[in-house]
Design a protein around this ligand. Structure first.
Ligand code: PLP
Length: 407
């Protein structure tokens, strides 16, 4: 059959892909009826697992009530407002506001534009520099591609957005030097509190706190990209809370709706809102047709209620304890050379010098044994639904151990 779907982040020439047909809880099944435990929550999301009837009902009820409409001036909707209020309630900015969109990439491009806009509104037209960290992943739209700290993802598209400076992701002195040289012209720094797609790297001690301090002193904004880390993943609603920093803008997506509908957005602090609201004639000329889409908002609202009611944020910490014990044992017996992560996001580093192709071979063997994880460089990443049970965590680790030993 001629393939008609052009797959994301896939070789277009690749012919053979595994075809999934159904999912329930933390499990998926392919068209040959092979069963997989999803150790990755699809792509770092699906906090509540698959097939949650409460979200399905909330979305279908909403589609019946008002299937779609926009929230551009002069409109708003009860469901978009309710979803925004719920996000704000669990966020570090309980007096802020939320912009809604449909993906992490849109949320990053929105935050980028807000950061530049704030400088323009404050009468600082030259404040345009954006700082990114090596290894950072910020999606695939124009700004997000330019802000990526993963070099191959920036290559091959022609010229990207100018005025972007990259800093070392672990050595905060690298950022300090850039601030010393360019401080008054820096609009914002973008940083995942814990870098996810780049390999699961928690911040080094004090990195985020010092970054916050530098932004404050220079009058720049701090953007925390919490597309992966938001909504319980690191054992608090947001990783900014886990690591005790207060960013000016927080981008989110993925876990906000557990992926049941495409939903993302930006949490905007009160200080930034004050700037946007200051001139009654100012128009925020940014927005997507589907910003605040009723079905997506209904999914987000129901999902947050479930995360709270089921105690899934606390559950993430339990998942962390279980993973740490298993990974520590594997390190002890030499199956892996190390591991990184916190709460419900982990990566296991294979033997020193492991090539990416070898990591993929281990991943493929794990798929044959019924466990999904993600190969990144010399490491295998896990980011399971927060409902995962202990036996299934153990199975993920046992299967990884077996696959490593067989490879
Ligand atoms: C930190 C971060 N930002 C942005 C994105 C882009 O999100 P999306 O794929 O929904 O556009 C991702 C996706 O993995 C991400 O991990």
């Amino acid at each position: 059959m001629t393939p008609r779907l052009l797959h994301p982040y896939t070789k277009p020439a690749k012919a053979q892909l595994r075809e999934l047909v159904r999912a329930n809880g933390v499990r998926l099944w392919d068209s040959d009826d092979n069963e997989y435990i999803d150790g990755l929550g699809s792509l770092w999301y699906c906090q509540v697992g698959y097939g949650n009837e409460e979200i399905i009902d909330a979305v279908s009820d909403q589609l019946r009530k008002m299937s779609t409409y926009n929230v551009f001036d002069p409109w708003t909707s009860d469901i978009a407002e309710a979803c925004a209020s719920r996000i704000i309630e669990v966020s570090p900015h309980t007096d802020g506001r939320v912009f809604l969109c449909c993906s992490g990439s849109e949320s990053v491009d929105t935050a980028f534009k807000i950061a530049r806009l704030v400088a323009q509104l404050k009468g600082e037209p030259d404040r345009q520099i954006m700082i990114r960290r090596t290894r950072g992943y910020h999606g695939v739209n124009a700004a997000g591609t330019s802000l990526q700290g993963i070099a191959p993802n920036r290559e091959g598209w022609g010229d990207l957005i100018p005025h972007i400076i990259e800093v070392d992701p672990d050595d905060i002195e690298s950022a300090a030097r850039v601030f010393a040289e360019h401080g008054p012209n820096i609009a914002a720094v973008i940083s995942e509190p814990l870098q996810g797609a780049g390999g699961v790297y928690p911040p080094t001690d004090d990195y985020l706190r010092r970054l916050r301090q530098m932004c404050t002193e220079a009058g720049a904004l701090m953007i925390a990209d919490e597309v992966i880390t938001g909504f319980g993943r690191t054992g608090e609603w947001f990783a900014s809370q886990t690591y005790d920093v207060k960013p000016d803008l927080i981008t989110f997506a993925k876990g906000v709706s557990s992926g049941y509908q495409p939903l993302g957005g930006v949490i905007v602090s009160r200080d930034v809102c004050d700037i946007l609201e200051a001139d009654p004639d100012f128009v925020f000329r940014h927005g997507y047709t589907y910003s605040g889409h009723p079905a997506a908002a209904a999914a987000g609202l129901a999902n947050i209620n479930i995360i709270e009611r089921e105690g899934l944020v606390e559950r993430a910490n339990h998942i962390g304890t279980r993973f740490t014990a298993g990974l520590e044992a594997m390190k002890g017996d030499g199956s892996i050379s190390g591991y990184r992560g916190i709460a419900a996001i982990w990566s296991a580093q294979l033997a020193e010098g492991t090539e990416y192709a070898q990591t993929c071979a281990v991943r493929d063997r794990m798929l044959d044994l019924g466990v999904i994880c993600r190969p990144i460089g010399d490491s295998l990443a896990f980011c399971p639904p927060l409902i995962i049970e202990d036996d299934d965590i153990d199975k993920c680790l046992d299967v990884m151990d077996q696959a490593i030993k067989e490879s």
